[in-house]
Design a protein around this ligand. Sequence first.
Ligand code: GDP
Ligand code: MG
Length: 441
Amino acid sequence: LSERLGGILDKLTRRGALTEADVDTALREVRRALLEADVALDVVREFVEGVRKEAVGVAVIKSVTPGQLVVKIVHDQLVRTLGQEESGGVDLNAVPPVAIMMVGLQGSGKTTTTAKIAKRLTERLKKRVLMASLDVRRPAAMEQLAVLGRDVEVDTLPIVAGQQPVQIAKRAMEAARLGNYDVVLLDTAGRITLDEELMQEAADVRSAANPHEVLLVADALTGQDAVNLARSFNERVGITGIVLTRVDGDGRGGAALSMRAVTGKPIKLLGVGERMDALEDFSPGRLADRILGMGDIVALVEKAAQTIDAEKAARAAEKMRKGQFDLQDMRDQLDQMSRMGGMSGLMGMLPGMAKIKNQISQANLDEKVLKRQVAIIDSMTPKERRNPDLLKASRKRRIAAGSGSKPEDINRLLKMHRGMADMMKMMGGAKRGPLAGLASA
Ligand code: GDP
Ligand code: MG
């Protein structure tokens, strides 16, 4: 697939900005990849639309095709959608005994995951854990949990015949209070399909046990149904997180994106095998790679971007030393800054930039402002960028019109450039320009 995509767009390698045609061509492939990964159709549509808006106009970088660049933008957006950081697993931040309830369809991996979580909490966090099976549907279900409990050396609630799920949940909470357990894991019954009875039962258990977490357990192979599944459980029972199981199988896990998109709830853990230690913290980067299936392209673009940043930084540093910091250099720096998320975090990384930092906070240089500044410089001719002294009133008016800004904005930008250029002359003796540190950061 990645070869197909690379092939289509190889001929288009060039400088400039991504056009709508570039983006559309690449997104057709991306859409297919997401559908192949079992992401629900509506979710694909919405996601692709969001990326389209973001990608048009992004500067094309050297040694990367527009198609490859779009894939990288898609990947980054996928990571953002899936959740920025590693979740760290289940949340136990409540008064003990903390109840955690597992919900999902039959065979999704609830019982297995319950035991895996119990093992992890006992071994890693030294918690006292009690597991209880509320599955009164399948005769062997309670015994299955008891067997797993012996295996991972975690207590299970004694089985009492004839009790209903809500009664068992209450008994489990009571036993946990009396026995000073830290955590109670409630393993509920599933059904083959979503049905009203299942939802009602889960909702009743939730009211009775008041769990701190309600984890929806879903198979990575869940296809287009993932949206319905997640929406129903979230609306009827209320979930706090998602566990994706069978990530060790062939499924690319597009269900995770669908479920995340419709519920907004975090993906917390991944089941990666039948063994009791086959449980991993969720990592958005890895799951994004898997869903998109274009990890090689993403790596390629990242590498190219790093190389270019390093080259530009070296060139800028050289010019600074010679006192030739022109508007083009400033543009590259502003662009780099905006790509790195604006000024606030960035300034801390630059040694000796306190003075510029002041100017920048005066100019209120957040990401949006940075992008506008770049647009202004993009509206200048190369000659003007090299020699800002050419910029008299009429040229300023032309540039303002071209970049959708006011002549004052251009004056402010020129003032900032002078400030930076002066500063850099002063720092000229330094071996490392301010950006040299950035490129390696
Ligand atoms: P439940 O009906 O939701 O309680 O599902 P179970 O926990 O009983 O799991 C059904 C089957 O899926 C069992 O054979 C498990 O061993 C298997 N299973 C559960 N999680 C995983 C996983 O992450 N990977 C693999 N390969 N198998 C799993
Ligand atoms: Mg079960």
